[in-house]
Ligand binder design. Structure first.
Ligand code: SME
Length: 158
């Protein structure tokens, strides 16, 4: 599939419900990990217009920057460091309503005010994380957690 993404107005839930089947169609039948991660972040950025969205993948016991959309970002994050490294260490989604109140937050962009990080878990192991940043305070909640976790579940690791 390679055609224009259909973008909707409406509630957060309506936007996820529109974009998720399109993401599934984009990744279906494509085995290449980088191609799929690139299309997932492009589709989400086009629908939501967040400040930054991207993947970090675990490589040699660090998180290393992978496909993203938005301003340039830090390339490597150690386990337990920042929101991403904490999500990796705890193997759980972390919602940060105000990044200034998260001890050890790594500021890749001074414009970022809130953030959500979702781990990608396969066979009990964290393979990477999906990180989303917003210029608005408290931009993310349980709805984002639910749908972003569904999105990372469709990623196929060879
Ligand atoms: N804020 C993240 C670092 C990655 S950037 O936001 C793209 C963190 O604290 O882990």
């Amino acid at each position: 599939m390679a055609e224009d993404l259909s973008i909707v107005q409406g509630t957060k839930e309506e936007k996820y419900k529109s974009v998720i089947p399109q993401i599934k169609a984009l990744v279906e039948g494509e085995p290449d990990l980088v191609a799929n991660l690139a299309n997932i972040v492009a589709a989400l950025m086009e629908q939501f217009g967040w400040l930054w969205i991207g993947f970090y993948l675990v490589k040699e016991n660090q998180l290393v920057l992978a496909p993203f959309q938005g301003p340039v970002a830090c390339t490597r994050i150690r386990k337990g460091k920042g929101v991403c490294g904490t999500s990796w260490e705890k193997a759980q989604t972390i919602i940060v309503p105000d990044v200034e109140k998260f001890p050890g937050h790594i500021a890749c962009s001074s414009k970022s005010r809130s953030e959500i990080v979702v781990p990608i878990i396969r066979d009990g192991k964290v393979m990477g994380v999906l990180d989303v940043d917003s210029e608005a305070l408290a931009a993310f909640n349980e709805i984002d957690k639910q749908f972003l976790e569904e999105i990372v579940d469709c990623i196929i690791f060879e």
